[in-house]
Design a protein around this ligand. Structure first.
Ligand code: HEC
Length: 150
């Protein structure tokens, strides 16, 4: 009977420990995932510039669709337990002004969607200007307020 009781207690403790580990790990995975999505968006934006120059609008459209999908995913990747650790460059202002941060993320995604539409109508310098206005300018607007200087 004592053995069974010991077995039960140790099983419960092991399960609790696993839950704690999974939870701690989850927080790291969320930070890693959001960093990876921002990095992807950076490379999508650079690639987009090159494809505009080449006149490959189909590729520009594909890249901008991936980019707005990434911004939509990013909305869920700033939960309260991910304020620190794993070399995050996220500033505390994100959580102090969460509504403003989320609104900016949604607005950014919408601007990219607007750009996707323009990419089927414009080419060359006109499309480059639209990219500057609707894609490149968003990075600094958000970083100035919500990302650590780097
Ligand atoms: C709505 C806010 C927002 C927008 C828009 C935004 N960023 Fe960021 N970005 C952040 C935040 C916050 C971080 C820090 C994330 C972290 O370290 O947890 C970040 C981090 C990054 C990183 C570093 C990723 C890493 O590996 O640590 C890069 C690169 C980056 N952004 C590029 C861009 C580019 C390029 C654009 C525009 C095309 C852009 N970002 C638009 C908020 C934004």
């Amino acid at each position: 009977m004592i053995n069974f009781f010991q077995f039960l207690v140790s099983t419960i403790l092991s399960i609790l420990l696993l839950i704690v580990i999974a939870f701690a790990d989850d927080h790291g995975n969320i930070i890693k995932e959001r960093k990876s999505l921002f990095k992807q968006n950076y490379s999508h934006a650079k690639r987009m510039s090159a494809e505009i120059t080449k006149g490959n609008n189909e590729k520009v459209i594909e890249l901008s669709q991936k980019m707005s999908a990434n911004y939509d995913k990013l909305l869920d990747l700033f939960p309260d337990n991910t304020k620190t650790g794993y070399d995050t460059e996220a500033l505390p202002t994100i959580w102090l002004q969460k509504e403003e941060f989320n609104a900016l993320m949604i607005e950014t995604s919408n601007k990219v969607k607007e750009f996707t539409v323009l990419a089927s109508e414009l080419t060359g310098d006109e499309l480059k200007d639209a990219q500057k206005k609707l894609i490149w300018s968003s990075c600094k607007t958000c970083h100035d307020k919500f990302r650590m200087p780097h």
